[in-house]
Design a protein around this ligand. Structure first.
Ligand code: ASP
Length: 358
């Protein structure tokens, strides 16, 4: 196993990219307090050393450290860097597949970002990119990182057979499409995946594979990766009892380009927001509506007709809808630079209609 830039490596290998997270975390007192730790302490190279004996000798692993952070501090610039590395590595004929070790707190954002910017490319090239992480730090007695990393490496390196190239994730023995990740539990070992359509890794169930293929068939063109400083400013606001118009109005005096509105139930928004949201649309702020419940789709004109200019998020959670809206706004800007009159709504609608499956 070695750690050097993949572009220099001239033999077939799996590239393991490190982003940090709990999988690379260390607890000062792991026996008594395994959940009190610092994420992003070990290099990805040393995570590989821990599992070396379980990896077939014939499989070459190369590692590259993209970042080493607690993923709650993930930045848009880092997403751009990661996206560029993934695209370049997919294009490298010596790279058979990729694994990304990542913090679970925002793995949801990275999952949807990679699907929307690299998912079609990975599928066409027939290569898998597998995100993974851990819920316990590397020196906890029950550390889940090593088995997750091994599962990811095995999945990235197995022949395509019936599971196509694409962007996936694995945790606690189960795999899902990376764009379906959603961390819905603070501590469970399967937290990022427990609310997602998934299948046990290695024994993929046919209905899950069918769902993957349906989603991939509907995603036929990746969106451009924004340059680090070109990400449009988009915020998430939650509708709740006692909501105030000021919550929206305050943003009308900012340079915010979009708002993701996490509504109650099926994505319903408090009436106190109505006039302010109309003003926001008039001002050119992009609006997307989703549900704060954490599950279920948000559909157009349900439970009532949508405000003109506000799109429903489909199955996207608020964090995923935010990334999708940022990419859609950036795609609109890029399209206009090349004389195409496509809008963010055109791009966002392509994402929101991706089929749902269980
Ligand atoms: N608790 C987080 C994790 O599971 C820390 C992070 O997201 O980096 O990895």
């Amino acid at each position: 196993m070695s750690s050097k830039l993949n572009s220099l490596e001239k033999s077939p290998h799996i590239l393991v990219l490190g982003m940090g997270g709990t999988i690379a975390g260390l607890a000062p007192n792991p026996a008594d307090q395994p959940l009190q730790y610092q994420a992003g302490q070990l290099k990805v190279e040393s995570l590989l050393t821990h599992i070396e004996s379980a990896v077939p000798k014939s499989l070459k692993l190369i590692s590259e450290q993209v970042a080493n952070i607690n993923s709650r501090n993930l930045t848009e610039g880092l997403l751009s860097n990661l996206g560029e590395v993934v695209r370049a590595s997919l294009a490298n004929t010596e790279v058979l597949g990729l694994v990304i070790t990542h913090g679970t707190d925002t793995i949801e954002e990275t999952g949807v970002f990679l699907q929307l910017t690299c998912g079609n490319y990975a599928q066409i090239l027939g290569k898998r990119v597998i995100l993974t992480g851990a819920m316990l730090p590397s020196n906890a007695s029950q550390a889940d990182g090593p088995s997750n990393l091994l599962d990811a490496i095995r999945w990235a390196s197995t022949p395509l057979d019936n599971c196509p190239g694409g962007i996936y994730a694995v945790m606690d023995g189960r795999g899902c499409m990376a764009m379906d990740l959603a961390k819905r539990h603070g501590t469970a070992l399967n937290a990022p995946i427990q609310a997602s359509p998934s299948s046990s890794v290695g024994l993929f169930n046919p209905s899950w594979l069918w769902g993957v293929k349906a989603k991939q068939a509907a995603w036929t063109e990746d969106l451009p990766i924004p340059k680090g400083d070109e990400w449009p400013w988009v915020e998430i606001l939650t509708s709740h009892a006692g909501a105030r118009s000021e919550t929206i109005n305050i943003w009308l005096n900012s340079r915010v380009k979009g708002l993701v509105l996490a509504g109650s139930g099926m994505g319903g928004l408090h009436d106190a927001w109505k006039d302010s949201l109309v003003a926001a649309v008039k001002q050119g702020v992009a609006l997307v509506r989703t549900t704060r419940t954490g599950a279920g789709a948000t559909l157009s004109d349900i439970p009532e007709k949508d405000l003109d200019g506000c799109l429903a998020s489909g199955t996207l959670s608020a964090p995923r809808a935010r990334i999708a809206l940022q990419l859609a706004l950036n795609a609109e800007k890029q399209a206009q630079l090349t004389g195409k009159s496509l809008t963010w709504q055109d791009f966002f609608a392509r994402i929101a209609v991706l089929p749902e499956f269980r």
